[in-house]
Design a protein around this ligand. Structure first.
Ligand code: XIL
Length: 338
């Protein structure tokens, strides 16, 4: 090939980029530069590492020290749910949610919004509604809350847990589902209009094993949304594991197949019942599965210390009740640095 001046300068540019990339990957690979916190080690590959936070614990110094040191993404454990943010129809309440969002942002951390529409933790007034009045109330809720937090949210769980457990692969029955099968896409469209900068996620549990009907059902919905231009950017995998629902061997396949639909995937509520090396190995497996999928852009654990967990007796988190790092912590950190 004859080299024109244009192709020469392009070749120089490309070789400069290759050199820069090689230098960057040497930096990342060097054990001497291994990061010492979950957030910093995840950031080496462009990912985040988050935790659920409860507003009521922001006065606990052990809790806040670990939060500030280790995590770079925050999810409100309950404070952004429908019952918390709209306790009375049309009357919005953001005090506790703002406490969490402000703490996170003041510390330079990002926020996952959780959750705009869900069959659980609805305010009492909504639980008794149905039909077009409920549809309208749900859409108004999505619009108001996403507008209030516009520009402050990295990703929103727009709809949470809308699929049924078991073998049907279909939707869960709920008051929201009974307003019509299009309630999920209507919620996503309202969220996009209210905050065009946030990534919009569908979030669910028991969707980790690729061969499960529920996983397949969610996959088909996302595939359908992408084919019809319904605005969806990500799928959240809650990842609440225990002996009855272990980390599946095909987890990487699940995450990769969803990513191949053109969405990001995120592990959004990770906790794994157990202790010691067996628990550490399972946390390692989940971390590995995410790292192996380029569109798996972050992991969030559902609390800080075991004693903060919604299922504390399972001791499912990375820090013990005294705030000490567990074997599971060390294995996640090592994996993120590998
Ligand atoms: C849980 C909280 O951790 C508890 O404090 C609360 O009592 C119930 O909800 N799936 C979700 C989360 O999407 O919002 C749930 O959080 C756990 C299961």
């Amino acid at each position: 090939m004859k080299l024109t001046s244009r192709s020469v300068s392009r070749a120089v540019l490309v070789s400069t980029m290759v050199t820069a990339t090689a230098a960057a990957s040497v930096l990342v690979a060097s054990p001497a530069s291994a990061a010492t916190t979950l957030g910093a080690s995840a950031a080496q590959s462009g990912r985040y590492f988050g935790t659920a936070v409860a507003a009521g614990k922001l006065g606990d110094s052990t809790y806040v020290n670990i939060l500030n040191r280790e995590f770079d993404m925050v999810t409100a454990e309950n404070e952004m749910k429908m019952d918390a943010t709209e306790p009375n129809p049309g009357q919005f309440s953001y005090g506790n949610a703002d406490r969490i969002v402000n703490h996170a942002r003041n510390q330079g951390k990002r926020v996952r919004g959780h959750a705009l529409a869900w069959h659980q933790q609805q305010p009492g007034w909504m639980q008794n509604m149905s039909g077009s009045a409920l549809r309208q109330a749900m859409l108004n809720h999505v619009t108001q809350v996403a507008t209030y937090y516009r520009g402050k949210i990295h990703s929103w769980d727009v709809v949470n847990e809308a699929f049924a457990d078991g073998n049907s692969g279909g939707r869960r029955d709920s008051n929201l589902q009974r307003t019509g099968n299009d309630w999920i896409e209507a919620a996503f469209r309202a969220a996009r209009a209210a905050d065009p900068g946030a990534k919009l996620c569908y979030n669910d549990y028991n969707t980790d094993n690729w061969s499960h009907a529920k996983t397949q059902g969610v996959y088909r919905m996302v595939q359908d949304f992408k084919s019809r231009g319904v605005p969806i950017d990500c799928v959240g995998f809650q990842a609440h594991f225990n002996s009855g629902n272990p980390v599946p061997n095909n987890y990487h396949t699940t995450l990769q197949n969803f990513a191949n639909l053109g969405v990001d995937v995120q592990i959004t509520e990770l906790d794994i019942a157990g202790s010691g090396s067996s628990q550490a190995d399972q946390f390692k497996g989940v971390t590995q599965a995410c790292l192996a999928v380029s569109r798996c852009n972050g992991i969030t654990v559902w609390g800080i210390r075991d004693s903060d967990s919604w299922r504390a007796s399972d001791t499912p988190l990375l820090f013990d009740r005294n705030g000490n790092k567990k074997a599971a912590y060390n294995s996640v950190l090592a994996q993120l640095n590998s």
